[in-house]
Write a protein that binds this ligand. Structure first.
Ligand code: PLP
Length: 400
């Protein structure tokens, strides 16, 4: 007899976290491993933001807060959504949680009845399908081909929607592909959604500020104002402000949904740390000069990594428009053998080969529901990226 609930059998630990843990274990054994598997900036939290957190501790702002988050933070989020995204919300349409991750979870938990479906374009963030399952729903995965820029097209969305569909889960810029939907592409998807008034949109905009070259970020809530009432915008401070450990994310949407999310949060974590909330006010409303600085650095690294990876025999890497990941195809190394005679049969075999024999940790694409790809984060120091790409090139060249 097991202590475990049946629901736990339906989900797996995050592939990203598993790979990062494997790399850490090898490093503890004294191996030289470069970790390009984690989804977090290598920068420090900006000084003004960290200072706001320190001040909150010193001023004793260390007690329970309202479940939805302190008012000045929600006001800063309201102003940000108006300023940056031209979206108007009242304070009670905004909720703050322990990262965008908890906001997505609260939304799914608050809205899904058993068997209801969530359309998820793939490749997708590792956590979405498992969160849907944990909430009792059914993920409906729609494969989006590299030839289409890894993006969902309206016809595929139309086919995926059925009577049980509750949500379309849209993530732009996308983890893991870096794909960014243009306004015209969002308008095309909105035309389908308009024909299906029972379908809501969860727009995970967490990588909003990390968009490069001519690509422009537009939130679905802005691209299709008539769908505003059935759209939940999710965002946070982790990626833009190098604040992954502070755990602050937020959601903005219809009051009925936000209130239900607050009930769930009130019975689970209560709220995110009071200290983090004070720091987040500074991150959202204070000096923003670090934002373009981080983005410019990421763009330079993206170009470097794409150029180097395309020199690796068997890999092909498109240039992503946003986020801080590249998602090269490793189809060309599958079927080849390592120097010790081991066959690379899958993307996981290839990722394990890179970890064990090249000392580089990447995440297999199958974790993102895209076999024959690997995800490589370029949110690491340039020297590490160069060393890692050199090792990947050499490791691919050794395969025969
Ligand atoms: N959404 C996507 C697409 C992500 O990649 C991540 C983090 O990896 C999150 C949400 C969660 O971010 P947070 O740190 O705010 O929980």
């Amino acid at each position: 007899m097991t202590i475990l609930a049946r629901r736990i059998g339906q989900i797996r630990p995050s592939e990203t976290k598993a790979m990062t843990a494997r790399a850490a274990a090898l490093r503890e054994q004294g191996r030289d491993v470069i970790t390009l598997s984690a989804g977090e900036p290598d920068f420090d939290t900006p000084g003004n933001v960290a200072g706001a957190g320190i001040r909150a501790i010193q001023e004793g702002r260390t007690r329970y807060t309202p479940v939805a988050g302190i008012k000045p933070l929600r006001a800063a989020i309201r102003d940000k959504l108006l300023r940056d995204n031209d979206l108007g919300y009242t304070l009670d349409q905004i909720t703050v949680g322990c990262g965008a991750k908890q906001i997505v979870f609260n939304a799914l938990f608050a809205s899904l009845d058993p068997g209801e479906e969530v359309v998820i374009p793939a490749p997708c963030w590792v956590s979405y399908p498992d969160m849907v399952r944990l909430a009792g729903g059914r993920p409906v995965i729609v494969d989006c081909a590299e030839a289409d820029g890894f993006k969902l097209d309206p016809a595929a969305l139309e086919t995926a929607i059925g009577p049980a569909t509750k949500w379309l889960l849209l993530n732009s810029p996308c983890n893991p592909t870096g794909a960014v939907y243009s306004e015209a592409e969002l308008v095309g998807l909105a035309a389908v959604l308009r024909r299906h008034p029972h379908v809501w949109v969860l727009a995970d905009d967490i990588y909003e500020k990390l968009v490069y070259g001519p690509a422009r970020f537009v939130s679905m809530a802005r691209a299709a104002p008539d769908l505003f009432r059935r759209t939940l915008v999710v965002n946070g401070v982790s990626k833009t402000n190098a604040m992954t450990g502070w755990r602050v994310g937020y959601g903005a949407g219809p009051i009925e949904l936000i209130e239900a999310m607050n009930v769930i949060q009130g019975q689970t974590t209560s709220h995110t740390s009071s200290i983090s909330q004070h720091a987040a006010i500074e991150a959202i409303a204070g000096d923003q000069s670090h934002v373009p600085r981080f983005a410019a650095e990421f763009e330079t690294r993206r170009d470097l990594v794409v150029e180097m990876l395309n020199r690796a025999p068997g890999l092909t890497c498109r240039i992503p428009d946003g986020a801080f990941y590249v998602f090269p195809s490793c189809a060309g190394v599958i079927g080849r053998r390592t120097a010790s005679g081991r066959m690379i049969e899958t993307d996981t075999d290839f990722a394990m080969y890179l970890l064990e024999e090249a000392g580089v940790a990447v995440v297999p694409g199958s974790g993102f529901l895209a076999p024959a790809y690997v995800r490589i984060s370029y949110a690491s120091a340039t020297e590490d990226l160069v060393r890692a790409c050199d090792r990947i090139i050499a490791a691919c060249a050794r395969l025969c």
